[in-house]
Design a protein around this ligand. Structure first.
Ligand code: SF4
Length: 218
């Protein structure tokens, strides 16, 4: 197969987004995003865990500690008790408290709306920060690359194989190839595709709207 030019790859990437826009339209964030504080905590809890599991613990979590000020005065042990059904709950509980404390101490109780500041919060990496900016503040500064987005980007060969285990590099590849207006919907729409069709174990290529433009289609 001849090497694909960058222009052809860009066109194909845009076509991927257009087709998924038509299929899914704008997708609501699956996690509690009533306000940026709830969102940052919910995304922090979602690492290595399904959104459905997170959604089971957040009502009680935010009932007891609804604001950064309230959560800043909780102990990690108290938070652990509420979120113990989640993987890595002890570390996550510690991050919840430290994150709330930092929001109160350094940002006047308001989650910062800035990538550089967000990634300073304990437990918050670029993926979480992208979601908080995008969903919480309507700011599009990147693409949140989670396990679904990463897998699909590589199956579509929109990022080189050497970046397969490095979501931050995959994100940079997607940002280079896709015009900015497409960045907003990639995370949620590709997650939908990953859950519904392009699963990790058994992708249903026969049902996929991208099959004719996907080099990994079987
Ligand atoms: S064609 Fe198959 S591998 Fe490619 S995106 Fe669709 S389901 Fe995934």
């Amino acid at each position: 197969m001849p090497r694909e030019t960058n222009a052809a790859k860009r066109e194909r990437a845009i076509e991927v987004c257009e087709r998924l826009n038509r299929r899914y339209g704008p997708v609501e964030c699956f996690l509690d995003h009533e306000n940026p504080f709830r969102l940052v905590i919910s995304v922090l809890l979602s690492a290595q865990t399904t959104d459905a599991q997170v959604s089971k613990v957040t009502p009680e979590l935010f009932r007891r500690w609804p604001t950064p000020e309230a959560m800043a005065s909780a102990t990690p042990a108290e938070i652990s008790e509420v979120i113990k059904s989640l993987g890595f709950y002890k570390t996550k509980a510690k991050h919840c408290v430290e994150c709330a404390q930092m929001i109160v101490a350094d940002y006047g109780g308001r989650v910062p709306a800035d990538m550089k500041e967000l990634v300073k919060l304990p437990g918050v990496g670029r993926k979480t920060a992208n979601i908080v900016l995008n969903v919480g503040y309507g700011i599009v500064d990147g693409i949140a690359v989670d396990t679904h987005v990463n897998r699909i980007a590589h199956r579509l060969r929109l990022s080189p194989k050497t970046h397969e285990k490095e979501p931050l590099k995959t994100e940079q590849d997607l940002l280079k190839i896709l015009p900015r207006e497409y960045w907003t919907n990639v995370n949620h729409q590709w997650i939908m595709l990953g859950r519904e069709i392009c699963s990790a174990r058994s992708p249903k290529c026969g049902e996929c709207p991208l099959a004719d433009i996907c080099p990994s289609a079987q």
